[in-house]
Design a binder for this molecule. Structure first.
Ligand code: FES
Ligand SMILES: [Fe+2]
Length: 366
């Protein structure tokens, strides 16, 4: 890290009190987790949504509460392009309008009722939704199609972490935390080269140098580097494109992490790691893939989940004590996260009623 002045730290408000701007695209589920005729509950900042795929393959998203007695809809049946409440069988169309009541007299007009509907999109193998649509809608969700298939291997590592979104996001941007993963750390030196920020994005450019430890040799093999050189240096670029994250290592490794904050202590993260398949190593890698997944990736993720809970506890029990963040990338990511929430609250008003999950622990979704 570049030298900085000695610091006594910064007093920040409790990170767990910070929400996310609900006017962005958030992942609801993987596309292949939602077959035709299926529905799922999706939680976001303490509220419950239902996504369902109709018989024609189109996906829809509604508030997960029947207009009749507010029973959740996701356990109901999908019939053609409608979702049917499991209690009295009221049916809602893709736009959330009440379309049928099974016991209603045919000649009588239906009550004009609806549940809220939300914009949806399918992209990068995910179903996306906007929890609080504004006009205009945000640009399309991120596109990962250039890494899907072809010359790239992909490893999905989706997980619900029992910690706040900000804890996970800063972890992803802060590569100094590889002390936690030191057994798997594939470099022996990390240097920050550049940092750019604006109100949408943080871009950090690190440089890593790999030598000859087992993890470092594995990385060099994966990236197809010269084996005879004593050390090899790679660029490591990390991006916080609010509210999601991605990173690239050399020209052969990319990771995307899409976040859906569910409450102050719970975040669903859809993670895909891509590794370029180099000539001559494809067969070997197909063979090694399950081991790599189980013995390296899963363990690293386990460590992140473990430390996430520890940092959550640290925020909740010592919210007023200073933090001495010395990595400018981590500090910038946290600043952006806080400022975007601040801007949203100033524009949209106090969030408590609309987004109770900012305050409440998991289990309070409604
Ligand atoms: S509660 Fe949904 S139909 Fe009655
Ligand atoms: Fe980590």
């Amino acid at each position: 890290m570049p030298p900085r002045e000695r610091t006594t730290g910064e007093r920040l408000s409790n990170l767990c009190d910070i929400g996310v701007d609900p006017r962005c695209w958030y992942p609801a589920c993987r596309s292949d987790e939602l077959g035709p005729g299926q529905a799922r509950e999706v939680r976001f900042l303490g509220r419950s949504f239902v996504v369902f795929r109709d018989g024609q393959g189109a996906v829809h998203c509604l508030d997960n509460a029947c207009a009749h007695r507010r029973v959740a809809l996701h356990e109901g049946e999908v019939r053609d392009c409608r979702i049917v409440c499991p209690y009295h069988g009221w049916e809602y169309g893709p736009d959330g309008a009440l379309a049928r009541i099974p016991y209603w007299e045919e000649e009588a007009p239906l009550p004009r009722l609806r549940v809220r509907s939300f914009p949806v999109a399918e992209r990068s193998g995910l179903v996306w939704f906007v929890p609080e649509p504004a006009d205009p809608l945000p640009p399309q969700p991120p596109d990962t199609s250039r890494w899907d298939g072809g010359e790239w291997f992909s490893f999905r590592q989706d997980r619900v972490f029992p910690n706040h979104y900000g804890v996970g996001l800063v972890n992803g941007m802060d590569y100094t935390h590889f002390h936690l993963h030191r057994k798997y750390q594939p470099w022996s030196r990390l240097r920050l080269r550049d940092l750019e920020t604006d109100e949408q994005r943080v871009f950090g450019s690190y440089e890593v140098t790999s030598g000859h430890s087992r993890a470092e040799r594995t990385l060099r093999m994966l990236l197809g580097s010269d084996r005879s050189a004593s050390t090899v240096t790679y660029p490591l670029e990390v991006y916080y494109d609010y509210p999601h994250h991605h990173a690239r290592l050399g020209d052969g490794m990319v990771v995307w992490a899409f976040f859906r904050p569910e409450g102050r202590d719970r975040v669903a993260v859809y993670i895909t790691l891509y590794i370029k398949a180099r000539r001559g190593t494809r067969r070997l890698r197909q063979f090694a893939e399950p081991f790599f997944r189980r013995l390296v990736l899963a363990r690293i993720q386990e460590q992140d989940a473990w430390i996430g809970v520890r940092e959550q506890i640290a925020w909740e029990t010592r919210p007023d004590e200073p933090r001495c963040e010395l990595n400018p990338v981590a500090a910038a990511a946290e600043r952006l996260l806080r400022s975007r929430w601040q801007a949203y609250v100033e524009e949209a008003g106090p969030p408590d009623d609309r987004w109770p999950g900012v305050r409440l622990a998991h289990g309070a979704a409604r």
